[in-house]
Design a protein around this ligand. Sequence first.
Ligand code: ADE
Length: 253
Amino acid sequence: MQFEVFTLLPEVFPSYLETSILKRARERGLIHVNVHNIRNYTHDRHHTTDDTPYGGGGGMVMKPEPVFEAIETVLGIASPPSTPELESPLPIILLTPQGRVFNQSIAKELSQHSKIVLLCGRYEGIDERIRQNLVTDEISIGDYVLTGGEIPALILIDAISRLLPDVLGDPTGAEDDSHAMGLLEYPHYTRPPEFRGSKVPDVLLSGDHAKIDKWRREQALERTFKKRPDMLEKADLSEADKKFIKSLKSNIE
Ligand code: ADE
């Protein structure tokens, strides 16, 4: 999978991309991350990428010309193209607090593409024509405002990459994740069996995999019930799950 990132701060990216799982994924050719400096697509002496807003008011606005030129040059396009094998348009995603709020299902949806474009906003905003005529999607990483879209872009790259085949060492690694199954994940333990008086639950040492699966499912349900009850409304629940949740409810009544 290929990520084409457009930013005014390219120096933000290497340290994270050269670490751990993303580093390995890049070395193995599973992901390609190309970071492009929008400033390289300016033509004036000062390499201007922003200007004051029409109509007045504070702050600076990202100019449209360098952004259009950067994306069109790198992609070799004049308007958003399609990726023929998927017959869906190439996503050109603006990272902005105004976008749809990122979650695991959006990560999964984006992981189906062979290429995506990430445009990092900076300054107080971007010229609206970039939104209207270039961008195909807008994503926010949460209801708060950062100084720019660089950290959000890294968050998307990370969350999407780990869903791609062979990126995680364990092929089932992403399946049990919190959110992947619509529930928070069950608790994990490793050695030692007792630490400062606190023991690993017996069931995990029992070797009985049916029992372990049942315990993990119930723990996931209980955690979600306590910490994120909103998620239970959308989760795919069996009759046994529903019964278990009912028992949790009656315990607190
Ligand atoms: N840029 C600034 N704040 C942001 C947010 N919450 N999500 C995505 N991009 C942003």
